[in-house]
Design a protein around this ligand. Structure first.
Ligand code: HEM
Length: 393
């Protein structure tokens, strides 16, 4: 269809079938170019947590070298903060060797997190939150691999353009130089934003529906503390969870919906019709059985305790298979890079994970193979650097 804009601010549909008799409509401004969109870097909280999730993720954990101290950490945070401020605004970093690759920010965000060793190396162990330690092992479900677990620092880099993302990732790794070495890298993706903010995962489910609405629930996601080093920070739990898609394929649609307690097409609870309908955990069918089964993932993850909620920001992963793996019958090396932000890991994340480890039918087709916990320092104002209240001289 062709459209012409004429004086007076109306657009007239002019193609065949849209001519005579159609009313003119008010002119709407062209949609913004997604390549040039930016997410504000400065703020009370770091970007990349409560801001809408972009299509691509690079999650990088780093180890600190022996001898790291408050000075070296401060140097690293000064460089990374400056890099992130520039890149997220569509500007190259100071040492950029491919400056043109920075000019389409495409909603790039860079979020930094600290492991316990940052507090220790900075001589500030007493400030480390109690929950800042590896999660306890869940022997019924965990098959953790060191290559996806732990880390002293993390960078969560998210962007709607994979080229911009790859360039930002390389710039930030290069600038860490001798100050930190890469421990693991996880690449993920998610579908273009659904209106609710949820996505589809590779099991085909609508994922990410029930999240605490923000800003009303900010204190569930961000830390409230008299100490400026912690205040307005957060925590990030990363779980790399493999999906056993070949055996999942063997289930019928009904059984798949029972395993989660939600419908595959709309994501609505089995007791509702729309994605955002609340779960009715009391509802029973004609036989007196619970409509959302006792073993359903959504029921088991839905705790009664006050504030036992988390902000989920998951990404899918799908690694290429070798010809040999395909010949052996493998059809996928896929899963979820499960990321949850909350003010307190022990109070919020842990009880949910304990409930799921105890009983959750979904566990039959999912295996946690990586695990890491980070403190997310507060956001910065212009002229400040990440972790300043912790790392200042
Ligand atoms: C591969 C692993 C996982 C898959 C495929 C998965 C999938 C889903 C799906 C489809 C839903 C329902 C829609 C929604 O509210 O998003 C859901 C809900 C939820 N999941 Fe998971 N999930 C996984 C792992 C986890 C883990 C590890 C946790 C936390 C320890 C978790 C916590 C939750 C919570 C809190 C809800 C919302 C429950 C409510 O309705 O209140 N999930 N998940």
């Amino acid at each position: 269809m062709l459209a012409a804009t004429v004086a007076g601010g109306v657009t007239i549909a002019a193609a065949a079938g849209y001519g005579a008799g159609r009313e003119s409509v008010p002119e709407t401004p062209p949609p913004p170019n997604p390549a040039t969109l930016t997410v504000p870097f400065y703020g009370t909280y770091q970007a990349g947590i409560a801001t809408p999730a972009q299509a691509h993720l690079s999650l990088i954990a780093f180890d600190l070298p022996a001898g790291a101290d408050r000075d070296s950490l401060r140097r690293l945070m000064r460089v990374w903060t400056d890099d992130a401020e520039r890149l997220t605004a569509g500007r190259p970093v100071l040492t950029d060797t491919e400056k043109e690759l920075a000019d389409k920010p495409a909603s790039l965000t860079v979020t930094v997190g600290f492991g316990r060793k940052v507090f220790t190396a900075a001589g500030r162990e007493e400030l480390a939150p109690q929950w800042l330690r590896p999660l306890k092992n869940f022997p019924t479900i965990d098959r953790l691999e060191p290559q996806w677990s732990g880390g002293d620092l993390v960078l969560q880099i998210c962007c709607n353009d994979p080229l911009t993302l790859a360039h930002a990732e390389r710039a930030l790794i290069k600038d860490a130089r001798t100050l930190a070495t890469v421990r693991w890298v996880q690449h993920g993706f998610r579908q273009e934003q659904r209106p609710s903010g949820s996505m589809r995962n590779l099991m085909g489910q609508v994922d990410g529906t029930v999240n605490p609405p923000l800003p009303a629930n900010e204190r569930l996601v961000f830390i409230d503390s008299p100490n400026p080093a912690l205040n307005n920070g957060s925590s990030l739990v990363v779980r790399r969870i493999r999906m056993e898609l070949d055996s999942w394929d063997e289930l019928g649609r009904h059984a798949k919906e029972q395993a989660v307690g939600r419908k595959l097409d709309t994501g609505a609870p089995l007791t509702g019709t729309k994605e955002d309908d609340p779960l009715d955990l009391e509802a029973r069918n004609g036989d007196g059985l619970e409509v959302i089964p006792a073993f359903a993932h959504a029921r088991r993850a839905h705790l009664d305790g006050a504030g036992q909620v988390i902000l989920r920001r998951p990404y899918n992963y799908s690694e290429p298979l070798t010809a040999a793996e395909i010949a052996e019958g493998m059809s996928a090396n896929s899963g979820l890079i499960f990321m949850a932000y909350q003010a307190d890991v022990d109070r919020q994340f842990l009880p949910i994970q304990e409930s799921l480890a105890q009983l959750d039918l979904l566990n039959q087709w999912t295996t946690p193979i990586g695990s890491a916990v980070f403190f997310i320092p507060p956001g910065v104002a212009a002229g400040e650097y990440w972790g300043q209240a912790l790392l200042a001289e």
